[in-house]
Design a protein around this ligand. Structure first.
Ligand SMILES: Cc1cc2nc3c(=O)[nH]c(=O)nc-3n(C[C@H](O)[C@H](O)[C@H](O)COP(=O)(O)O)c2cc1C
Length: 469
């Protein structure tokens, strides 16, 4: 999920059916929204929520079951976004709405060659053909009991929600705004409704969502303006960064021992990698940057002093070339003390979105003072002041102490004059002696290529060997 904190359920407002309808009317009346816009944002929120939890590499085949109203439209839009996110959506849309908005959505999906299946064409056991079922049948305006063919479709989804004998869940169920068949305020009154794994509430959760006890509750529809928040005294969680969704409700209880991914990645062959591991590293680093991964230059640095006890922490790579890997830090920190006693260290990069890790081992030296000086002055002034204030790894009596010192320095340098680099701050360079490139593969048959130095005809080269995963 994104980096927003999970909200305790009581800090969030839940809407009655009437309030939800009124809010829609206000949005599409005085506030100038069109139904197309709200549907687009709702569908995008659903697709991004799904992508936060269920990766396309593992849960690829999606069936979106779309009802005749707006909830069905949200499902059609979500299917389109999921297609672009790398999923393989299929749509079941048995009662098509003959309005241009809906026929446009159908045309868009058809132009992407997204298959439409009739109820009769659906396989008997939905879990065989699909990893994800999107329940976009009925939303908050639904009342009464579902009519054919949706009664039967709901039944089929319900029967999937049960665990099979191997305790392996067959397909995950995602409900859009309201689990279909539930009472909008009372929830699953009969106890026989859909029990989704994920509920994506839109605009604000409806009262029935209080009864949702599946592992993933998300909120989407990041368009609620302050006037509505004030009028309905809504308490809604902040969305993280630019995300279209935010996780709400209780954080899911995870069984750490069961957390594993079945990686699907391009294979890594000895013949295809670069002879020079730095070049190979730069290629993978470029892939991590191109893949939009967050802080691709974050790496774990492990050191051990003369007592031999290892310690690890994250640092940011600030330069790499044939001479090695550079980062900056405090020369009086714990890592610095350990490096002064033992220059051997290890770096580890993990690029989660690409199923790749790289480990690099070697010996470490300080970079030249000029190099540190140059980098220091390229940093934002706030970071320069922070480096002066922080006696890294020493005990501080409180946050206020750091703030006070920072404020004093800020005042001192408020005229924009050059902030001198403190002596205790600078760079280190690890000169690599060993590399391992790891690429996750299916069934734990991962690729591991080890580069170690060797001499051929008096020339320093790198030997490449495959290691068992
Ligand atoms: C993603 C990330 C990047 C970091 N980058 C640096 C860095 O470049 N330099 C640094 O001194 N500390 C960095 N830190 C903080 C270190 O992890 C660590 O707390 C600090 O350097 C003190 O470590 P030590 O007491 O083991 O010396 C980073 C932390 C994180 C989570």
């Amino acid at each position: 999920m994104g980096d927003g904190a999970v909200q305790p359920p009581d800090s969030i407002s839940y809407l009655t059916q009437r309030e939800a309808a009124e809010i829609d009317e206000i949005l599409m009346g005085p506030l100038g929204f069109s139904v197309d816009q709200l549907m687009e944002l709702a569908g995008l929120s659903v697709a991004t929520s799904i992508a936060e939890v269920y990766r396309a590499t593992e849960y690829n085949r999606v069936l979106a079951i779309c009802g005749p109203g707006n909830n069905g439209g949200d499902g059609l839009v979500a299917a389109r976004h999921l297609y672009h996110f790398g999923y393989k959506p299929v749509v079941c849309y048995p009662k098509r709405t003959p309005k241009p908005l809906y026929s446009g959505l159908v045309t868009q999906l058809e132009s992407l060659s997204v298959p439409f299946l009739s109820v009769e064409d659906l396989p008997l056991d939905l879990s065989k053909d699909f990893d994800i079922l999107v329940d976009a049948m009925f939303g908050f305006s639904f009342q009464g009991t579902p009519r054919p063919p949706f009664d039967d479709l709901i039944q089929r989804v319900v029967s999937l929600g049960e665990y099979d004998q191997t305790h392996k869940k067959s397909a995950v169920i995602i409900s859009v705004d309201i689990p279909s068949g539930w009472h909008v305020e009372e929830g699953d009154i009969g106890g026989e409704g859909i029990k989704p794994d994920m509920l994506v509430s839109l605009t604000a959760p409806k009262l029935c969502a209080r009864r949702f006890c599946g592992p993933h509750h998300f909120l989407g529809g990041r368009f609620v303006p302050p006037s509505i928040i004030e009028k309905y005294k809504l308490r809604l969680p902040p969305y993280p960064s630019t995300s279209m969704c935010v996780q709400i409700g209780k954080p899911p209880k995870v069984d750490i021992s069961a957390l594993r991914e079945n990686y699907i990645s391009p294979e890594l062959f000895e013949e295809q990698v670069d002879a020079d591991p730095i070049d190979q590293f730069c290629k993978w680093f470029d892939d991590a940057v191109a893949g939009g991964l967050r802080e691709p230059n974050a790496m774990a640095l492990s050191t051990a002093g003369k007592d031999g006890k290892p310690s690890s922490r994250m640092v940011l790579l600030k330069g790499v070339d044939k001479d090695g890997f550079v980062w900056y830090t405090n020369y009086e920190s714990r890592k610095a003390h350990e490096l002064s006693e033992n220059p051997n260290a290890s770096l580890l990069f993990y690029w989660e979105g690409l199923n790749r890790q790289v480990r690099i081992e070697g010996s470490v030296q300080k970079v030249s003072d000029e190099e540190s000086e140059q980098y220091f002055h390229s940093r934002p002034r706030g970071s320069q002041l922070g480096a002066i204030v922080s006696k890294q790894s020493t005990v501080v009596l409180g946050r206020h102490v750091l703030h006070q010192q920072y404020k004093e320095l800020e005042a001192k340098f408020s005229d924009g004059s050059l902030i001198p680099k403190p002596k205790h701050w600078g760079g280190y360079r690890l000169k690599p002696e060993l590399f391992e490139f790891w690429q996750g593969q299916q069934s734990r048959l991962h690729d591991r290529l080890l580069y170690s130095p060797t001499e051929i005809n008096g020339k320093q080269m790198w030997k490449i060997e495959r290691l068992a995963p």
